[in-house]
Ligand binder design. Structure first.
Ligand SMILES: C[S@@+](CC[C@H](N)C(=O)[O-])C[C@H]1O[C@@H](n2cnc3c(N)ncnc32)[C@H](O)[C@@H]1O
Length: 358
């Protein structure tokens, strides 16, 4: 059989950084997955769907761009080719979770096609409930494969053991976690508090990239803290204190200490803003605040304009709320606000980086 080659833009990376960069490219859908990755003694060459923008180069940490001939792999049969529909699903570790309902008589066929096309998938499950309760967990039903909901997930070159029914985890936040971790990597020594840490995806990625800093990772869910402690060992990080507890009951211990706070509890983050401001270093600190906002287009308004309006509203609401809680004694500066992910039709998680100073 004749092999096809194509000259493609690519990232040339030192081998030790190859896997982290490959994942970052894949998450942003920038990697040409039909072209065979090559390497020599020192470098790995990662083929791209297009050349990268300066912002992408900075974000991914891919300094060296070049072009090279790559072998183009034969296209494998897709699930759509096999079952005649394109299922929506997300993969966490070796578990695929269907994210849209499929007619029951088709579930088994789709699940087995998924496992046949992706040999790394060992379990196919469906959602039985919405994300619910204080722990933000959901019930799943196994459709095919092994009967378990525990798995090992890799994200931005860190490993996370977790049980999808016992703890919250969303793989679509990988880019956001990478973004925040990169900020901490280039900052001075900081005290960082992850108020709603879950199994530690923010805390561990930060602790790994910012060894000069210390992270306090808090969660009310005992299972999340058990996994977080295990994940600290798995990733060889020691600069984290994992604490099981309700932040409302323990925040006083951390008064005036945090240079940076992560508040990833989008539906209720506002209920904890007072505690976050008490924890923040009075000389100034950064909040990574996640908010759920609805953006219904008004008559004649484009969807993206409605989203921009929602982002502006989210920024104004946060500034007003900080000033209300603080009696306008602090200065509030929004550094960045953007859509992190879609939550539901016309509902978005908005991420806001806000600097608060006395
Ligand atoms: C949306 S999840 C985020 C988890 C993690 N940051 C991540 O990115 O996967 C929110 C977490 O907050 C925890 N939580 C909810 N209320 C809490 C409280 N009052 N104090 C501490 N943790 C809380 C939940 O158990 C859950 O693990």
């Amino acid at each position: 059989m004749k092999t096809e080659t194509e000259r493609l833009p690519c990232v040339k990376a030192a081998k030790r950084r190859g896997e982290a960069i490959r994942q970052a490219l894949k998450e942003r859908k920038l990697l040409r997955t039909d072209a065979k990755i090559t390497s020599d003694e020192t470098f790995i060459y990662l083929p791209l769907i297009r050349t990268l923008t300066d912002a992408e180069i900075r974000e991914i940490g891919a300094a060296d761009l070049t072009t090279r001939d790559f072998t183009i792999l034969e296209r494998r049969k897709s699930i759509e080719d096999i079952v005649g529909l394109k299922p929506s699903y997300e993969v966490i570790g070796d578990i695929a979770v269907l994210t849209e309902t499929i007619a029951e008589q088709k579930e088994q066929i789709v699940a087995h096609a998924l496992m046949n096309c992706h040999k790394n998938i060992k379990v196919v499950a469906k959602r039985i409930s919405a994300v619910e309760g204080v722990f933000r967990t959901r019930r799943l039903g196994i459709i095919a494969g092994e009967h378990r909901t525990e798995t090992m997930h890799t994200e931005n070159a860190c490993r996370f053991k977790l049980d999808l029914e016992k703890v919250y985890f969303n793989p679509r936040l990988a880019g956001e976690r990478n973004r925040v971790a990169l900020q901490t990597a280039s900052s001075r020594e900081e005290e960082i508090i992850d108020m709603f840490a879950g199994v530690g995806p923010f805390s561990i990625q930060i602790a790994k990239r910012a060894p000069q800093s210390h992270v306090t990772a808090i969660d009310i869910n005992p299972d999340a803290i058990l996994y977080l402690r295990e994940n600290m060992k798995l990733n060889g990080v020691r600069n984290i204190d994992a604490i099981e507890g309700d932040i409302r009951e323990i925040y006083e211990k951390f008064r005036d200490t945090a240079d940076r706070i992560i508040m990833n509890l989008p539906k209720s983050a506002y209920l904890f803003l007072g505690e976050a401001l008490s924890i923040l270093n009075p000389h100034g600190g950064m909040l990574h605040f996640y908010d759920l906002e609805f953006a219904y287009p008004e008559e004649g308004e484009e969807k993206h304009d409605a989203l921009e309006r929602a982002i502006t509203q989210a920024k104004e609401k946060l500034i007003a709320k900080v000033q209300e809680l603080d009696g306008e004694s602090r200065s509030v500066e929004i550094l960045e606000a953007r859509k992190v992910k879609a939550y539901a039709p016309y509902a978005y998680i908005i991420g806001i980086d806000v600097k608060v100073r006395k």
